[in-house]
Write a protein that binds this ligand. Structure first.
Ligand code: HEC
Ligand code: HEC
Ligand code: HEC
Ligand code: HEC
Length: 304
C-alpha cells in the first residue's frame, strides 16, 4: 500500500506537458503553468487577484512595466500573492511565461469590441485543464463531494475500461462494506482499518516480509486564533509512509522549522500534498485541529 502512496509532485505534472519550442509554444508553456498554479486565484479573483482577461484590472499593473510584474510573480506581492504562486519548484522562466500569458490575455480582453463580455470567455477557456486528469488524483481545492463515490474500476477514470483485467478487479464498494466508516473522502476510516488488522497492506512490493518502522511522536503546532491546535501524529503516518515520503522534501525534520499555513495546505502543499488527495480531505478540520486550547471562557461568556 505504502508504495502506491507516491507523492504527486507538482513539478512532475508540469514537466509532463508536451515539450515546447517556438514562440507560440512559449505561450503554451505560460498557459500550462497558469492552468496548473495561477488559476487557483486568478480565475475567480481570489483575495483581490486580477482576473485573467480582465483588461481593467490589469491596465494599471501593465503600466508599471513587465519587469515589475515578473518581480511580483517571482517574489510575491503582499498581502496575498505568494512567491511563484506558491509553486516554488517551477523555474523562473516558466513563471515569467505565465505572466506573459496573463498580460497577453489582458491585452486581448482590451482589444475585443465588448471587453466586458470577452473577459468571462477568456477566463473560461484556460480554466479547463489541458490534459484531463482523473478526478481522484487531482487536488480537490473546492472540497467538492465526489458526484459518485467509489465507482467500480471501469468507471473510475483511473483504470482503462478497454482492458479486460479492469473488469476482473473487485469493485471498491464490495470491499469497503466490511471496513470501519468515516464521514469523508472514500468513507473508510483507514487508520482504524489498519489498527484493527482488517487490512494488511504490503510494505514492500517485492518483499512480503518487510515491515514499516513506526515512530510514535506527536508534534503539536500551536494555531493563532480560535481554532484548536494541530496535533501531527507520526504514528498514524509512519504506519503507511516512509520517512522519505515527507523528509526532507516536504518537511524539515525539526519541530517548528517548517512554515505551515492553511493557505499552503489548500494549495496542495505541506499536509495538502496528501490530504485531499490520498488521505482524508481538508474539510475534516477536527481530525487535524484536535487539541483544545487553554482558553479563559468566563470572560468571553460575559462579553457575549
Ligand atoms: C494564492 C493566490 C494566488 C496565486 C496562486 C497566484 N496569484 Fe498572482 N496575485 C494574487 C493576488 C491576491 C494578487 C494581487 C496582489 C496585489 O496587487 O495586491 C496577484 C497579483 C499578481 C500579479 C500582478 C502583480 C503586480 O505587481 O501588480 C501577477 C503578475 C501575478 N499575480 C502573477 C501570478 C502568476 C504568474 C501566478 C502563477 C504562477 C500567480 N500569480 C498565482 C494571488 C495569487
Ligand atoms: C507524513 C509526513 C511525515 C512522515 C512520513 C514522517 N515525518 Fe517526521 N515530521 C513531520 C512533520 C510535519 C514534523 C514537524 C515539523 C515542524 O514542526 O516544523 C516532523 C518532525 C520530525 C522530527 C523533529 C522532531 C522534533 O522534536 O524536533 C523528527 C526527528 C522526525 N520528524 C523524524 C521522522 C522519522 C524518523 C520518520 C520515519 C520513521 C518520519 N519523521 C516520518 C512529518 C513527517
Ligand atoms: C505524504 C502524505 C501525507 C502528508 C504530507 C501528511 N499526511 Fe496526514 N495522513 C496521511 C495518510 C496516508 C494518513 C492515513 C489515512 C487517512 O487517515 O486518510 C494520514 C492520517 C493523518 C491523521 C490521523 C487521522 C486519524 O484517524 O487518526 C492526522 C491527524 C493527519 N494525517 C494530520 C496531518 C497533518 C497535520 C499533516 C501536515 C503537518 C499531515 N497529516 C501530512 C498522509 C499524509
Ligand atoms: C490535514 C490537516 C489539517 C486539516 C484537515 C485542517 N487544518 Fe487548519 N491547519 C493545519 C496546520 C498544520 C496548520 C498550521 C499550524 C501552524 O501554524 O503551524 C493549520 C492552520 C490553521 C489556521 C491558522 C491560520 C493559518 O492559515 O495558518 C486556521 C484558522 C485553520 N487552520 C483552520 C482550519 C479549518 C477551518 C479547517 C477545516 C475546513 C482546517 N483548518 C483543516 C492543518 C489542518
Amino acid at each position: 500500500m505504502n508504495r502506491t502512496l507516491r507523492i504527486p509532485a507538482l513539478a512532475l505534472a508540469i514537466l509532463g506537458c508536451a515539450p515546447f519550442g517556438a514562440a507560440h509554444a512559449q505561450n503554451d508553456k505560460g498557459k500550462a503553468i497558469y492552468d496548473k498554479v495561477c488559476v487557483a486565484c486568478h480565475s475567480a479573483g481570489i483575495a483581490g487577484a486580477p482576473k485573467l482577461g480582465d483588461a481593467k484590472a490589469w491596465e494599471p499593473r501593465i503600466k508599471a512595466g513587465i519587469d515589475a510584474l515578473y518581480e511580483s510573480a517571482l517574489k510575491g506581492k503582499a498581502p496575498a500573492m505568494p512567491a511563484k504562486g506558491g509553486a516554488t519548484d517551477v523555474p523562473d522562466a516558466d513563471i515569467k511565461a505565465a505572466v506573459d500569458y496573463m498580460v497577453a490575455a489582458a491585452k486581448d480582453g482590451a482589444s475585443a469590441p465588448a471587453a466586458a463580455a470577452a473577459a468571462p470567455a477568456a477566463q473560461a477557456a484556460p480554466a479547463a485543464p489541458t490534459t484531463p486528469r482523473p478526478a481522484a488524483l487531482s487536488f480537490n481545492r473546492l472540497l467538492k463531494p465526489a458526484s459518485k463515490r467509489n465507482p467500480p474500476p471501469p468507471e473510475d477514470g483511473i483504470h482503462d475500461p478497454d482492458n479486460d483485467g479492469t473488469h476482473a478487479l473487485q469493485p471498491p464498494l464490495q470491499v469497503f462494506e466490511s471496513l470501519p466508516r468515516s464521514n469523508a473522502g472514500n468513507r473508510v476510516d483507514w487508520v482504524k482499518a489498519l489498527d484493527n488488522n482488517l487490512i494488511a497492506p504490503r510494505w514492500d512490493r517485492t518483499d512480503p516480509a518487510a515491515a514499516p518502522v513506526v515512530m510514535d511522536l506527536n508534534i503539536v503546532r500551536e494555531v493563532k486564533g480560535s481554532m484548536p491546535d494541530v496535533v501531527y501524529p507520526h504514528k498514524q503516518h509512519t504506519a503507511w509512509l516512509d520517512c522519505s515520503n515527507c523528509h526532507p522534501q516536504i518537511f524539515i525534520p525539526q519541530k517548528g522549522a517548517n512554515q505551515i499555513s492553511m493557505a499552503a495546505i489548500l494549495l496542495g502543499q505541506k499536509c495538502g500534498v496528501c490530504h485531499g488527495k490520498v488521505a482524508f480531505p481538508v474539510s475534516e478540520c477536527r481530525i487535524c485541529h484536535s487539541k483544545k486550547k487553554n482558553v479563559m471562557p468566563v470572560k468571553n461568556a460575559q462579553a457575549n
